[in-house]
Design a protein around this ligand. Structure first.
Ligand code: FMN
Length: 323
């Protein structure tokens, strides 16, 4: 399948693996890129620019296909070493960056001068237009269904994607709720040039996370995610567990007076405990409603090949057949 996104990133299939904290290590990114998609290393998980440089080198040892790095711009006071991360990305020769969170404008000139394609992930048409206006090459349009931070507008992809198509000139991929060939064809019908998946890629053999997490995704249904931190305007979609339900009780009890400190036990430092140790009740971790569509743990290549075969069959048989 050839789309503006496969052309832009030099990949075979229009499938991107979104950055995922404590999931997007070299093993994950290389598996996706080797299978013909665009794998993404999650920059901030590495902690320091030096560690990111090492992780990029590890990934380069595992694949000769293009892969990218995610840079998430957090709204926190003590900022990570973003200048260092950007320098390392440029020096390493990586040619794709997925930005997310705050406006990436400050970093675009350096990235673009280095010939790096920047895809900004955002959750609204207005932020997508902003990304276009500051010179991003593409957008990942992340609907309300998505795992992680869906923003505060709550517009699902059946509305958000065609709205993005009405307004944007740069290409975009559909993100949030994408799982299979049906998702890909639907996304393209709504105007996208491909799709970005997070949660689905966690339930694969190569995902470098604890088996408990993969089994939790297979066991979960589409009813099992919750939105936390809405009162803090930092909404996150997570898989429910006792810690998440406790967090929601606190939100109910404290109302508008809630502060980040009140929920620190349920959200701070949770990712290594979940992803590395498999301590599934340790706190809140991002997970999309798409968990309801995850029924197995294939290799990344099996998953991507299956998606492409299913998409081809839908387009050439089922849809062509109704004409
Ligand atoms: C466990 C997990 C961690 C994530 N961490 C990040 C992150 O650090 N930065 C980021 O930009 N997006 C992050 N995301 C969002 C994904 O990149 C992607 O946009 C999202 O998962 C798409 O929705 P889906 O899960 O329905 O496929 C995370 C998602 C998950 C499931």
């Amino acid at each position: 399948m050839k789309t503006k996104i496969t052309e832009m990133f030099g990949i075979e299939h229009p499938i991107i693996q979104g950055g995922m904290h404590f999931v997007g290590f070299a093993e994950m990114a290389a598996a996706v890129s080797n299978a013909g998609g665009l794998g993404i290393i999650t920059g901030l998980t590495q902690g320091t620019p030096d560690n990111l440089a090492k992780e990029i080198r590890r990934c380069q040892d595992m694949t000769d296909k293009p892969f990218g790095v995610n840079l998430t711009f957090l709204p926190v006071l003590s900022q990570p070493d973003y200048p260092g991360f950007v320098r390392v990305i440029i020096e390493s020769g990586v040619k794709a960056v997925e930005t997310a969170g705050n406006n990436p404008q400050k970093w675009l000139p350096a990235l673009k001068d280095a010939g790096i394609k920047v895809i900004h992930k955002c959750t609204s048409v207005r932020h997508s237009l902003k990304a276009e206006s500051i010179g991003c090459d593409a957008v990942s349009v992340d609907g309300f269904e998505c795992g992680g931070h869906p923003g505060e507008d709550d517009v699902p992809n059946f509305i958000l994607l065609p709205r993005a198509a009405e307004e944007l000139k740069i290409p975009f991929v559909a993100s949030g709720g994408m799982a299979d060939g049906r998702s890909l064809v639907a996304a393209m019908a709504l105007g996208a040039e491909g799709m970005n998946m997070g949660t689905r890629f966690m339930a694969t053999k190569e995902a470098p996370i604890h088996e408990n997490v993969k089994q939790a995704l297979v066991a979960a249904s589409e009813l099992d995610t919750r939105l936390v931190m809405r009162p803090l305007r930092n909404t996150e979609r997570v898989l429910t567990n006792p810690a998440v339900e406790r967090l929601l009780e606190k939100e109910k009890a404290l109302g508008a007076n809630i502060k980040f400190e009140d929920i620190i036990a349920e959200v701070a430092g949770v990712y290594p405990k979940i992803m590395k140790d498999g301590a599934m009740d340790a706190g809140a971790w991002s997970c999309g409603m798409v968990a309801g569509l995850i029924h197995d743990i294939p290799t990344v290549k099996e998953l991507i090949d299956r998606i492409m075969a299913e998409a081809n069959a839908i387009i050439s048989k089922r849809l062509a057949g109704v004409l």
